[in-house]
Design a protein around this ligand. Sequence first.
Ligand code: FAD
Length: 325
Amino acid sequence: TSLHVAVIGAGIAGLSCAASLQQAGVRVSVFDKSRGPAGRMSTRRGDDWQCDHGAQYFTARDAAFRAEVANWERAGVAAQWHPRVRRFDADGTSSSISGAAERFVGAPRMTAPAAWLASNLVLHTSMEISAVRREDAGWRLHTTGGAALERHYDAVVLAVPAPQAAPLLRDIAPEHAALAAATPMEGCWSMMLQYAAPLALDFDAAFVNLGPLRWVARDSAKPGRGGAECWLLHASAAWSEAHLELDADAVAALLLPAFAQLGPPAPQRWSAHRWRYASTPTPRRAVCIWEAAQGLGLCGDWLNGGTVEAAWLSGRALAQRITAG
Ligand code: FAD
């Protein structure tokens, strides 16, 4: 086939879609505004530390995704994570959580599966797409602060979060633009804390049901990690939304004491990251959207459930729709 598809967004949904398309013999070019692939499956790296500050772990319940994760494990880019998990409750009690929950992480960092998928694809990074326009010869992509790209594409896939899909859809698919605009996403303040030595705590991760925090994890104890002891804190969506415009120092002044209440001492160093679009409180149940006549596809976690697994499945389902004709 001579089909050439442009995929905008190199998160796990876009990469899943692109890899499936390529496997089916379709030509694919992937574009992302960031310097590398992975989107929200991201890792911050410092001199002697690293920390997954977006997605924390992922499930693999669907058979097709399980098979994909098994591929990732064989390639050494994912592994099961077996943290000792506690939960801290509003009444001041805490308890350990045991159970059969399977948790996977990228290895040696959360970005690894995306990097592995991207290594076989044509990926253009640091390219923010500001508009996609239909011309007689096909789709033209326009980049932020730049001219239109030379090439025409037979189909375009938008694999970006709903608030970023909406403006791209406004002129070409107003109904889908409205759907995306009506799918709000919530922010998440995250903090990365470095310690000179491992903390003597009896847990590696905790669900926190009191105060501003919702999740904390000993990132440096995930499989394959090296470097300094590092803890990751995520604030709740409600707290993050209410404090989205604070600066990092003000956020730290509120979140570090909340972490100290769980037992740990003050960190030697910290940094913070604000996710403006982290989670989708009410994801659409569309799986993906494909307008065959137009050659326009949409995929991403916002269409299928707000998780890494859902995003990967969304991208794969879209590729199947496209190649089905
Ligand atoms: P993204 O990963 O957001 O990818 C979209 C890509 O599009 C990005 O790379 C972006 O740079 C690019 N892009 C956007 N606009 C443009 C444009 N105009 N031009 C070019 N490129 C563009 N999931 C779990 O399963 N478990 C968890 O524990 C978990 N925790 C999370 C915690 C946080 C703080 C966050 C932020 C997310 C978490 N998630 C978790 C959700 C998970 O990360 C997402 O569901 C999944 O990674 C979404 O993949 P995606 O491909 O749909 O979108």
